[in-house]
Design a protein. Structure first.
Length: 234
């Protein structure tokens, strides 16, 4: 194996691992799909059930489900109720939402969830620092497109490896990509994806991008108090 092949293999392995811990969240209203976002499960020592953590913008209190990669007997994608969210959003101050995964809702019917893998993060969130490489990855969706007599939902791998921390304030990390900036459409739907450090610890969640300065913004989880719903002091 050449050094280039080894590097490519390591990157692919990292991306695969990130897509396993990153969940897709579908939000429904009266049976109509209203949006998709991303997130992850975190087992907090302060909560009995895992927390579902995602971005706060456009996240309603109820009606959201975690999409699995398992289909039921009718061929439909199995979705898990994501619980009731507490959403916090102020563009310049906060952008996060979380809920306790209501595991009691499906414990009695656990057989239908055979094969579902829900990976949880256990490590404490860490502060991003300059000079390290940060990453995220999610199997993302574009909007529905017409195909023949129906519609299909194209999927693609949305990721960034080797993000560089270029700025930080009380609430947000600002990352520069190591490749050409992919533009707003590419990252849309990836909001809430966990951004990890080289050791695999979560620092923040992706919440927005700035096309004009080609920077991605992540809400800092290391500086957020999940009990009070406010940012800690740096």
């Amino acid at each position: 194996m050449t050094p280039e092949e080894e590097i490519h293999g390591n990157i692919q392995s990292l991306v695969d691992d990130l897509t396993k811990i990153t969940v897709r969240i579908a939000t429904w209203d009266a049976g109509v799909l209203r949006g998709r976002s991303s997130g992850f499960l975190y087992k907090s020592p302060n909560h009995d059930s895992p927390l579902v953590i995602t971005a706060g913008h456009n996240m309603p209190d109820e009606g959201s489900f975690i999409e699995t990669r398992v289909k039921n007997d009718n061929g439909e994608m199995l979705q898990i109720n994501a619980g009731k969210f507490q959403a916090f959003y102020n563009r310049d101050k906060i952008d996060v939402a979380f809920s306790e995964l209501p595991i009691d809702l499906y414990k009695k019917e656990i057989a239908q969830y055979d094969g579902v893998e829900l990976f949880q993060c256990f490590r404490e969130f860490v502060k991003a620092i300059p000079g390290e490489a940060y990453s995220f990855a999610v199997i993302n969706n574009y909007e529905f497109v017409k195909s023949g007599n129906g519609f299909i939902l194209p999927v693609y791998l949305c990721y960034e490896i080797g993000l560089e921390l270029v700025d930080q304030d009380e609430s947000f990390n600002y990352f520069k990509t190591c490749r050409n900036f992919q533009g707003h459409e590419y990252y849309q739907g990836a909001s809430g994806s966990p951004i990890i450090d080289p050791e695999g610890a979560v620092t923040s969640i992706l919440v927005s991008g700035f096309d004009d300065i080609e920077v991605l913004r992540g809400f800092r989880l290391d500086n957020f108090d999940f009990k009070s719903g406010i940012a800690k002091k740096s």
